[in-house]
Each structure stands twice: as C-alpha cells, then as structure tokens.
Write a protein that binds this ligand. Structure first.
Ligand SMILES: NC(=O)C1=CN([C@@H]2O[C@H](COP(=O)(O)OP(=O)(O)OC[C@H]3O[C@@H](n4cnc5c(N)ncnc54)[C@H](OP(=O)(O)O)[C@@H]3O)[C@@H](O)[C@H]2O)C=CC1
Ligand SMILES: Nc1nc(O)c(N)c(N[C@@H]2O[C@H](COP(=O)(O)O)[C@@H](O)[C@H]2O)n1
Length: 215
C-alpha cells in the first residue's frame, strides 16, 4: 500500500519554480495560507534534499494557527545523507524522517539518527516505491509533496502522484537554468503524464489549477 500523494507547487507564468540556486516567493499571501491549511490535512510533507539545501525550509504549519502536535511529519529524500545537522527541518517543531539509500556514509547516518528517524530504501538513489511503502507502514497515509523539480519528475515516473495542485503566480522568471515545475530527464512524447482538470480558481493575482493524474 502507498500513501495518497498530492503534489503542490507554485510556478511563474513561464513554468519556473525557482532560479537555479535560490528560493523565491512565487505565490501570494492567500495562496500560502491555502498551502498551510493543506499541510494540516496531510500526515507527511515530502521534499528532495536540494530543496532543503537551497531553501532551508521549516516545513511546518506556521502561517495559520496550529498546535505543534498538528504539524505533519517532514520527509526528506536524501540518498547520501547530505542534510546539514543544523537544517530547520531537523529542529523539534515536528517529527522528521530522512530517507537515505544504502550508499549513505554510515557515520553520517548515525549522527542523523540522533536528530530524527532515518529509513534506508534502495542502493543508489532512494527507491521511492519502497520508501512510500515503508512510510505507509509507519502510519503515513497521505503525503503533500512540495518539490523540487527533480523529485517531482521521479515521483511521476514511478506513478506515485495521485493529484496535482499548481498555483501560477503572475510573474515571469526566464533563464535557461531556472528550475521548472518538473525537470529530470523528461518523458518521451508517447509517455507524457496526462492530467484531468478538476478546478480553476483565482486567488488574488494567482491562478490555482487542480488536476487528477491519469495513469
Ligand atoms: N516554487 C515551489 O513551489 C518550489 C520550489 N522549489 C525549488 O526547487 C529547487 C530544488 O529543486 P531540485 O534542484 O530539482 O531538487 P529536489 O528538491 O527535487 O531534490 C533532488 C534531489 O533529491 C535526491 N533524490 C534521492 N532519491 C531521488 C529519486 N529517486 N529521485 C529524485 N531525486 C532523488 C537527489 O539527491 P541525492 O542523490 O543526493 O539524494 C536529487 O538530486 C529549489 O531551488 C527550490 O527553491 C522547491 C519546492 C517548491
Ligand atoms: N506553495 C509555494 N509557494 C511558493 O511561492 C513557494 N516559494 C513555495 N515553496 C515551498 O515552500 C517551502 C518553504 O516552506 P516553509 O515556509 O519554510 O515552511 C519551500 O522550500 C518550498 O518547498 N511553495
């Protein structure tokens, strides 16, 4: 069994979710309140290690009222256990699970275990199917996937995403190296992911699109 997965992101009108090496606010205040309300509904929030290294996010519910106990479990996909021990996601505001592969340095994993729960899935990069299976057995029945673009691609490739919500901020970023909503090696034109639109909503100067994923 796998947890239900909603991929939520914000992108510019030209499809970028960030520049190539820094984070930026793309959607407005009310969209961020929507995201934090969503966080409250999910058992886990998942991101790739580059998002932690670049953004140093909190991944807690901090834009709306919330008790500490209501924070979802933060899940970081980090094959080599590169996560810095002073990352905000390793503070005690919420539980954290770091998913590594068996190639991760054993000493780094031992140090990490003092800060959070560590699970090992896969031999090179994290085996995402196995990881979601393990997370389900640990009681994580729903996951809010919050990027970045490399993890988004792999999660689509493994057919692990059930639903997508993408907020289009009224901005243009451009740039050959800016991250797009989904990067990775890309799909062949015959294998592209098909979506079914569920809702279109205007939130201030942003547009929120909601889709089901059709595999
Ligand atoms: N606007 C928005 O909504 C959001 C924007 N962002 C932006 O996205 C950017 C980061 O995106 P990106 O650089 O693509 O990195 P990701 O956050 O997607 O992290 C990717 C890394 O995850 C690790 N990983 C482990 N296993 C897997 C696997 N099976 N498949 C894929 N990745 C795996 C890899 O590192 P390793 O092999 O070392 O484990 C990989 O390089 C940041 O600039 C951030 O600001 C991020 C989230 C939301
Ligand atoms: N939904 C959304 N809109 C934006 O404009 C964003 N920049 C992001 N970024 C994601 O949120 C993380 C920051 O979370 P905290 O506020 O620190 O808890 C960031 O790392 C991205 O995953 N999302």
């Amino acid at each position: 069994m796998k947890p239900y997965v909603l991929l939520n992101s914000a992108m510019t009108v030209d499809g970028k979710i960030a520049t190539n090496n820094s984070s930026m606010k793309i959607s407005g205040k009310n969209d961020l309140i929507r995201v934090h309300t969503l966080r409250k509904e999910y058992d886990g929030i998942m991101v790739g290690i580059n998002t932690v290294l670049i953004d140093n996010p909190k991944l807690t519910i901090h834009k709306i009222n919330c008790k500490k106990s209501e924070n979802p479990t933060r899940i970081i996909v980090d094959s080599s256990a590169r996560i810095p021990l002073d990352s905000k996601v390793l503070n005690d505001d919420a539980k954290t699970i770091v998913i590594v592969s068996s190639k991760a340095n054993k000493a780094s994993v031992e140090l990490l275990k003092e800060k959070c729960n560590v699970i090992i899935c896969g031999s090179k990069q994290v085996n995402l199917k196995l990881a979601l299976d393990k997370l389900y057995s640990l009681g994580i029945k729903s996951i809010l996937l919050e990027g970045g673009s490399t993890l988004n691609f792999s999660m689509f490739k493994e057919k692990l995403i059930d639903e997508v919500s993408i907020c289009i901020g009224s901005k243009i970023l451009g740039g050959y190296d800016s991250k797009t909503f989904v990067d990775g090696e890309g799909f062949d034109k015959n294998d592209c992911i098909n979506l079914k639109i569920k809702k279109v909503e205007k939130i201030d100067d942003d547009i929120l699109l909601k889709y089901d994923v059709i595999y």
